[in-house]
Design a protein around this ligand. Structure first.
Ligand code: ATP
Length: 772
């Protein structure tokens, strides 16, 4: 009995009910003593008092053993003996007795003391259980070691918690995790697997010169590609606070250090969404953070380091070019801002826009939708939009954006599926640069700026309320609380792939703001948008030949219109640039930016403070001055040459088109002339009058062979062929541009309609036909 019972008991100890494997290194005598005590305790004939005494004895022994073990092991890699007090095992058998016993509280205390205080150590636990959703696992891991120890047994998780004790106790607890052997790294994989969850990224900006000079310390550390560690610093004399100081880990889909390039940020956060947009899915990327944390830098960037908006547009057009060469992609663009709770069109500034809800969702009524054909064109539009954006210097940021800016790119794509049906796919990409959240004191002035600040905070608060409601799964989401949330309704709660970039500052003076941003981002991770499906519309190819021909004609017509529009836009741009270059043969650096900026916006710029950002027209000033006039002139000369070549090519195209049209018109006229001529000759014969037809060489009579040269004979040139440089504002036809204003440009106009021969002097004033 003793031998077998002992072995059973040891086995029982090593594989407890939770399936935890525990190793015990105790001396043999101690083990024997413990076993005997246990046997004594298990004897049903012994009374409760005796059992309690034995229990206390056993507890003392185990305490001693643990202390001895702790002293033996090297400090940093201390092994923890995961002891379970025998009283836990006893609890079941003694349950009835405990009810009556006064000592039951003691028993509980003993249990509590022994189980609730795990010494600092290395713990390895393995739970083999059914696999939970990935997010549940992540959520638990994010909560830190305490939650890991109390991890709900849902997952197959191997967790190693390695605590490194530093001298000052400020070093963080480090955790290495594996979830089902799967690395949670591939963001692309995540987009595919759980596409409906918002992806949250964090970007740390470098310390500014001003902050360095002020002797600021860095309170944020990017631990690895996913983890961010935030440390709080306190005054050395503030003893109470020093004791309370703690660091905290946050885990996101990706964390970018201050040296991460713009391209890397784009590839990780947005590239996937651009691809999805081309497949007819909606995508949104927005930057959130305190004022001066680097949101605009991330979204727009600088001339040298363009940001997410610019890279996304470039990528979009590259992908479109790779996929189609016959213009079956249509790209529309709009750019708006929400300033002081009013929505404004940044591409065509005017009255504030009203938000309306229709089938597509919330739309700004009257917002300009520009048809874009190339990256350059979009860049020009972005630049224009940015000049119209409200930015003002504050104490916190010299170029603070005082409004939320939303750039929306709608891509429509027509493809033929396997059964030759035409599929129309529409995808929308929203790129949002939010205004910075700020403390009232962080801003300088207390008047206009403070009103702006209050409005910014109000809309961001509304955004937070929506996020909280979404996370808590509430039925009512308060989107209507602000214009910003109304516009972001699709991105947050609709069928949309959404990515959020939380921008943070490393400076310890901004600790509060950084902490808020990280908490906010941590919360946003839990938002689930609706599953995204491609927005597709199927157009079946008609079966009858007539219908097919009709459709073909319709499509061809559409294509023609698009090409004409495209040529119009590109040539308009080229004309503008060429004219300004021709007018300024030796431009100085300061005049360059003004040349490439439309006059109306250039005037507005003069009032604004220069902004270092790429897309606001003044990006040339510091860099250009440094480069020197010579380099600028060389660049311009190259540009002019490229433009000239382009214009030459277009002129040839134009001439060819005009010739074709002339031929057509001539043919038509010849046909209409014939009956008139016949009648005119008869009249002349009778009256003896000389008509145009009688002066012409005789046409071969029927039966004679018509020479092909006659059919294709070119007409006597009626007008001097115009070259590009001949065009002046007086002789170019006027056209209405997209924004409704009339301009004069030969390139933007349709070729002037050839005057009908019937209206020409010879015909118009012809005497009435005497035969009639
Ligand atoms: N990753 C970065 N690398 C280099 N400089 C950066 C980076 N992020 C931000 N900066 C610089 O920090 C300053 C503030 O950045 P930015 O204007 O983008 O802040 P913001 O968050 O948009 O502020 P606000 O909300 O007030 O508009 C700028 O001078 C910018 O060039």
């Amino acid at each position: 009995m003793p031998v077998s019972t002992r072995s059973q008991f040891v086995n029982h100890e090593q594989n407890d009910s939770n399936g935890e494997h525990r190793t015990r290194s105790r001396s043999r005598s101690e083990q024997e003593e413990t076993t005997q005590t246990n046997l004594y305790l298990r004897n049903p004939h012994h009374g409760l008092k005796e059992k309690m005494r034995a229990l206390t004895l056993l507890y003392e022994q185990q305490k001693k053993a643990s202390a001895a073990l702790r002293n033996q092991s090297p400090k940093p890699e201390e092994k923890r003996v995961a002891t379970t007090h025998p009283s836990v095992e006893l609890l079941g058998s003694c349950k009835k007795e405990q009810k009556d016993s006064k000592d039951s509280s003691f028993l509980h205390n003993v249990m509590k003391e022994n189980t609730a205080k795990p010494p600092s150590s290395t713990i390895t636990r393995t739970f083999v259980l059914p696999q939970p959703p990935l997010d549940d696992v992540k959520e638990n891991l994010v909560m830190g070691p305490d939650r890991i120890l109390g991890f709900p047994r849902k997952a197959n998780v191997t967790t190693t918690v390695a605590r490194k004790l530093s001298m000052g106790g400020s070093l963080p607890q480090r955790e290495t995790k594996e979830v089902n052997g799967a690395k949670m790294e591939g963001v692309a994989e995540r987009v595919v697997n759980c596409g409906s969850r918002i992806l949250v990224f964090v970007r740390l900006r470098p310390m500014s010169k001003k902050e360095k000079e002020a002797g600021s310390r860095c309170c944020v550390r990017i631990v690895n590609k996913k983890e961010v560690y935030l440390t709080e610093f306190a005054n050395e004399n503030d003893y109470l606070r020093l004791k309370r100081l703690r660091g905290r880990h946050f885990t996101f889909d990706a964390s970018f250090s201050d040296s991460t390039s713009q391209q890397e940020v784009y590839s990780t956060t947005t590239a996937e969404l651009v691809e999805a947009v081309l497949q007819g899915r909606n995508g949104s990327v927005f930057c959130y953070g305190a004022t001066g944390a680097g949101k605009t830098y991330t979204m727009l960037g600088t001339m040298e380091n363009p940001g997410v908006m610019v890279l996304a547009i470039k990528d979009l057009f590259t992908k479109i070019r790779q996929r189609s060469c016959d213009g079956n992609h249509v790209v529309h663009l709009s750019y708006l801002e929400v300033y002081n709770e009013t929505v404004r069109d940044l591409l065509a500034p005017g009255r504030p826009l009203v938000l309306r809800e229709d089938k597509q969702g919330i739309v700004a009524a009257g917002l300009t939708q520009y048809r874009a054909y190339s990256t350059d064109e979009v860049m020009a539009l972005l630049q224009r939009g940015n000049q119209n954006r409200t930015t003002e210097p504050t104490r916190a940021n010299e170029t603070s954006s005082r409004s939320h800016a939303i750039l929306q790119v709608v891509v429509e794509y027509r493809v033929k599926d396997a059964s030759m049906n035409i599929v129309n796919r529409v995808g929308k990409l929203s790129l949002i640069d939010l205004a910075g959240s700020e403390r009232a004191l962080a801003t300088d002035q207390r008047t206009v700026r403070s009103i702006e600040g209050a409005n910014i905070n109000r809309s961001l608060l509304a955004l937070s309320s929506c996020i909280n409601a979404l996370v808590e799964g509430k039925k009512h989401i308060p989107y209507r609380n602000s214009k910003l949330t109304q516009l972001l309704k699709d991105s947050l709660g609709g069928a949309c792939n959404t990515a959020m970039i939380a921008n943070i500052s490393p400076c310890n003076l901004s600790f509060g703001e950084t902490q808020n941003t990280l908490h906010w981002a941590d919360r946003a991770k839990e938002i689930r948008t609706k599953a995204t499906e491609a927005n597709e519309e199927l157009h079946q190819v008609p079966e009858s030949e007539t219908d097919q021909a009709k459709l073909l004609l319709e499509l061809q017509k559409g294509n023609r219109e698009l090409r004409v529009q495209m040529a119009r836009q590109q040539q308009k741009l080229l004309t503008l640039q060429a004219q300004s270059l021709a007018a300024n043969t030796s431009p100085t650096p300061s005049s360059v930016s003004s040349l490439l900026t439309p006059p109306s916006t250039a005037r507005q710029n003069e009032k604004r403070k220069p902004r270092s950002s790429f897309l606001n027209g003044n990006c040339f000033t510091p860099e250009f001055k440094r480069k020197g006039a010579q380099e600028a002139a060389r660049e311009l000369q190259l540009n002019v040459k490229a433009l000239e070549a382009e214009i030459e090519r277009m002129k040839k195209d134009h001439a060819l088109q005009i010739k074709h049209k002339d031929d057509l018109i001539r043919e038509l006229l010849r046909k209409s002339e014939k009956p008139l001529e016949r009648r005119g000759t008869e009249v002349a014969k009778r009256t003896g009058a000389v008509t145009r037809a009688s002066l012409r060489p005789k046409e071969p009579s029927t039966g004679e062979l018509k020479s092909p040269s006659h059919r294709f004979r070119s007409p006597v040139p009626t007008a001097k062929k115009r070259s590009f440089w001949d065009i002046t504002t007086s002789n170019s036809p006027s056209v209405t541009t997209l924004n409704g204003r009339k301009t004069r440009s030969h390139v933007t106009s349709e070729p002037a309609p050839a005057p009908s021969m019937l209206l020409q002097p010879g015909f118009a004033r012809q005497k009435p036909d005497p035969l009639k």
